[in-house]
Design a protein around this ligand. Sequence first.
Ligand code: ZN
Length: 204
Amino acid sequence: MQMKNVTSSEITICGRTYDEYIEMVKAFHGHVAPGMVFGGFMVDLAYRNLPRGGYFDAICETTACLPDAIQILTPCTVGNGWLKVINLGRFALSLFNKYTGNGVRIFVDSQKLDDWPEVKTFFFKLKPKKEQEFEALISEARLAHTSIFSIQKVMIDLDSVKTRRRGTLVVCTQCGEGYPENDGKICLGCQGRAPYSHCEVPSL
Ligand code: ZN
């Protein structure tokens, strides 16, 4: 057992105390999801392994929780394009220099979970969520802190994460809204990709 016995008062997350971070999580994410706690530790660990003061973009390999931890703690958001969510289904993130592609990847190391039964149960969904004990998981997460992650040096293929330009915009003949001409004769929404089972102008 590599119990480091880090108390939550000793944990800092990108310069904030653990409790300050938890308040930010509540305000932004709506509730304290365990994934947000792990995510805070991961972003902090990434910064500790990067040169100080650089400009870093982010890649997140899961849609669950982790993108919000990145958006709270870094200048990178989905909206400004500095955070790309590439759903590989792995609880992992990378922060990298946006000009050179050099960076670090932090991931949950399945080899390191055996000492942490609650954490392992969470990441591998070994029990239905209802049966997982939130408090036990969070206190174990704080004890485990960054010991369950591993770090890789990475070089990002910048071309593959470049924001695709929308090109020429035209008006869709079906819905009358603007869309990128490259998407086809009508917009993707009218091609059946919109998720609405019903859509109409309300009669007031
Ligand atoms: Zn359309």
